[in-house]
Design a protein around this ligand. Structure first.
Ligand SMILES: CC(C)(COP(=O)(O)OP(=O)(O)OC[C@H]1O[C@@H](n2cnc3c(N)ncnc32)[C@H](O)[C@@H]1OP(=O)(O)O)[C@@H](O)C(=O)NCCC(=O)NCCS
Length: 137
C-alpha cells in the first residue's frame, strides 16, 4: 500500500505509529516528558523488530537518543522505524519522530531521532537466533 502524501512528512513511507500526547503526558509548561516520548519510540522500534524476529523481542540497548525539538500537547506524532542491522540474535532499528503542529497540521518538525537494539527471545526469555529472511517469505 502506498503511503498517503502528507506535507513535511517523509514521502512514500508509512509510520509505524501515530500518537497525540495528552495533557497528562506533559509538564506544567505544556512540554511533553522525554520519558513518554522514549516509551513510544521503544514501541515503534519494536514493531519492525518483532516482524523480523517473527516473535518476541526485548530491548537490550538504547544506542542513541536525540531530542531535536520540543513536543507539545496536541502535536500529532508520526514514528518511522527502519531496521539498519540484523545480527545473530539482535536487530538494530533507527526511529525518527515527526510532529505535525496544530490541528491543521500546517507545520511539520522532526522532533526526535533514536537508535535501539532489540534481541529476539524465546519463551524462556533467552536470546534466540533471528530467523533467515527467506524463512519469513
Ligand atoms: C535482552 C537479553 C535477553 C539479552 O540477553 P544477554 O545474555 O544479555 O545477550 P547477549 O550478551 O548474548 O547478547 C545478545 C545480542 O545483543 C547484543 N547486545 C548486547 N548488549 C548490547 C548493547 N549494549 N548494545 C548493543 N547490542 C547489544 C549482542 O551483541 C548480541 O547480538 P548478536 O547476537 O546479534 O551478536 C537480556 O539482556 C535481558 O533480558 N535484558 C532485559 C531486557 C528488558 O527487560 N528490556 C526492557 C528494559 S526497560
Amino acid at each position: 500500500m502506498r503511503a498517503p502524501e502528507r506535507r513535511g512528512l517523509p514521502p512514500g513511507k508509512m509510520p509505524e505509529l501515530r500518537v497525540m500526547p495528552a495533557p497528562s503526558d506533559a509538564n506544567v509548561y505544556g512540554d511533553v516528558f522525554g520519558g513518554w516520548i522514549m516509551a513510544q519510540v521503544d514501541i515503534a522500534g519494536s514493531l519492525p523488530a518483532t516482524r523480523r524476529a517473527n516473535g518476541r523481542v526485548a530491548t537490550v540497548a538504547v544506542n542513541s537518543f536525540v531530542f531535536k525539538n520540543p513536543v507539545f500537547v496536541g502535536d500529532l506524532l508520526s514514528f518511522y522505524a527502519d531496521i539498519i542491522k540484523v545480527g545473530n540474535t539482535s536487530i538494530t532499528v533507527n526511529v525518527e519522530v515527526y510532529a505535525e503542529r496544530n490541528r491543521l497540521q500546517a507545520c511539520t518538525v522532526k522532533v526526535t531521532e533514536a537508535t535501539l537494539t532489540y534481541v529476539a527471545t524465546g519463551p524462556d526469555r533467552k536470546p534466540r537466533q533471528v530467523p533467515p529472511l527467506e524463512s519469513l517469505l
